[in-house]
Design a protein. Structure first.
Length: 197
């Protein structure tokens, strides 16, 4: 059995577990991605168990099993338990989390909604220069994504659903994926085809 232990240090950096809104789990240390996986469809290949301040991940793919665990730390034991609970809560959006020794998933109470915090989920927008109003064709979308002058998008396309704090880990995941440059090239070629149609 092969095992590696990663510890936070001044030279290597802190270990960071990130759950990106796009449905990706990243474990990184400094500039290095240690684990990265999509949580979409995770119940079919991933089991997660929580014990105290530890999350144990077990992946099964192509008949092979692989495990890793993440132990949370904080300035106190209570803070470490709280961080672990927060991560488990976020993971439950994608798959059930079982408590150590139990076979049934644990569930935590959901956090208050935006309305309970007094935050409005509706936003009002003034008309912005260079922003198209109404519908737009696939060709116009392709032209805009290709950066052609004079093309603009409706307001609905001007805001990212991905929070800015999740963008960097997501980009790291993409850049560290050896097939990403080929995907970018394929997407660009398909956009050019759509522009010609």
């Amino acid at each position: 059995m092969f095992s590696r232990v990663f510890e936070p240090s001044d030279t290597a950096g802190q270990l960071v577990l990130t759950i990106v809104q796009s449905g990706h789990l990243l474990v990184s240390q400094g500039q290095e991605l240690l684990e990265g996986l999509s949580l979409i469809g995770a119940p079919s290949f991933l089991k997660v168990q929580r014990k105290s301040d530890i999350l144990l991940f077990r992946m099964i793919a192509k008949g092979e099993s692989r495990m890793f665990r993440v132990q949370f730390e904080g300035s106190s034991r209570e803070e470490a338990l709280e961080e672990c609970a927060r991560a488990a809560y976020r993971l439950q959006e994608y798959l059930p989390i079982s408590a150590h020794g139990s076979v049934t998933p644990t569930h935590t109470n959901p956090p208050p909604t935006a309305q309970e915090h007094g935050i409005s989920t509706e936003e009002t927008y003034n008309e912005l220069p260079g922003v198209t109003q109404g519908s737009v064709s696939v060709r116009e979308l392709a032209q805009s994504f290709l950066g052609q002058p004079g093309s603009s998008l409706p307001l609905a396309y001007c805001h990212s659903a991905l929070p800015s704090q999740d963008l960097e880990p997501f980009l790291r995941l993409c850049l560290l994926d050896h097939s990403f440059p080929a995907l970018v090239e394929e997407v660009e070629n398909e956009l050019k085809k759509l522009d010609q149609d």
